[in-house]
Ligand binder design. Structure first.
Ligand SMILES: Nc1ncnc2c1ncn2[C@@H]1O[C@H](COP(=O)(O)OP(=O)(O)OP(=O)(O)O)[C@@H](O)[C@H]1O
Ligand SMILES: [Mg+2]
Length: 260
């Protein structure tokens, strides 16, 4: 069985700035990773590489058994589901929520003239239901609250039944209830045997859904620590990543962190 992700010495440089430096990393089937790091650490850059949206300056990127640069990215991208603030900004505000979800089947944003089968709508509605936004089917995306938009986007990311799911701060900006709903829904997804390999970026350990198995901590484009979550997400490692003296704790499937 191939690695879902295999990075070898991946470096991304813009001018004299290193966005990522010498990142090596392997993600196997069945794993669910959380990536933590301060603002500007390179998390979104890393996800853009994993989404086959960006090529590294140097290094080798293996994705779903293919090698970036030697594969048609247009064949690779439908196998990868993604949510990000950048993607959300590109959704036409007048688009019906269900069409935001269903149009992922065509890799487009904004419905044009494509014909979707009733099964596609049934799938989109099932996913919206699973993420608690089933009743918002016909509402325009622009009128949704930020939490509702996040959940519609997650449903969209799952629409193509991807092998790899990339979530860039899926609960950022949500209120406590909204965050807990997203975390619970992602935790439920994580517990399904057929769930895609998921990689979730966040700033807050409280946002790690139950069932996430591994963690990567990054700072200034470099990996501080990576591996099984209980060994990696220690007070020392997280403190080093954020440059703070922290106490990290785990109870009942959830993580917390606070300054010492
Ligand atoms: N084209 C570019 N040229 C120069 N610097 C860039 C470019 N694109 C991104 N950066 C810088 O690279 C760094 C990493 O950006 P990235 O978006 O990956 O960080 P991040 O970890 O996702 O941060 P945040 O938590 O704020 O979302 C940032 O300092 C950013 O300003
Ligand atoms: Mg980011």
């Amino acid at each position: 069985m191939h690695d879902v992700v295999k990075l070898e010495n991946v470096t991304v440089r813009r001018g004299s700035k290193y966005l990522l430096s010498e990142v090596s990393w392997e993600v196997a089937d069945g794993e669910r990773w959380v990536i933590l790091g301060p603002n500007g650490a390179g998390k979104t850059t890393l996800l853009n590489i994993l989404a086959a949206q960006m090529h590294p300056t140097s290094g080798v990127v293996g994705l779903l058994g293919e090698t970036l640069g030697r594969v048609d990215v247009f064949e690779l991208r439908p196998r990868i589901g993604q949510t990000s603030a950048a993607l959300a900004e590109r959704v036409p505000p007048g688009e019906a929520a269900v069409d935001v979800v269903v149009s992922a089947g065509y890799g487009v944003l904004g419905r044009w003239t494509e014909d979707y089968a009733p099964e596609d709508y049934a799938q989109a509605e099932m996913l919206m239901e699973a993420f608690g936004v089933g009743s918002l089917r016909d509402r325009t995306f622009g009128t949704l609250s930020s939490g509702e938009k996040k959940r519609v986007q997650i449903a969209r990311a799952l629409m193509t039944d991807p092998e790899l799911l990339l979530l860039d701060e899926p609960s950022a900006g949500l209120d406590l209830g909204g965050r807990e709903e997203v975390v619970a829904a992602l935790g439920e997804l994580a517990s399904e045997p057929a769930a895609p390999v998921s990689i979730l970026v966040t700033h807050h350990v409280e946002e790690i859904p139950p069932g996430y198995t591994h963690a990567m901590l990054i700072r200034e484009g470099a990996v501080v620590a990576a591996g099984p979550i209980d060994l990696t997400l220690t007070s020392e490692n997280l403190g080093q990543t954020f440059g703070l003296d922290l106490v990290v704790a785990y109870a009942e499937g959830r993580w917390t962190a606070r300054a010492r």
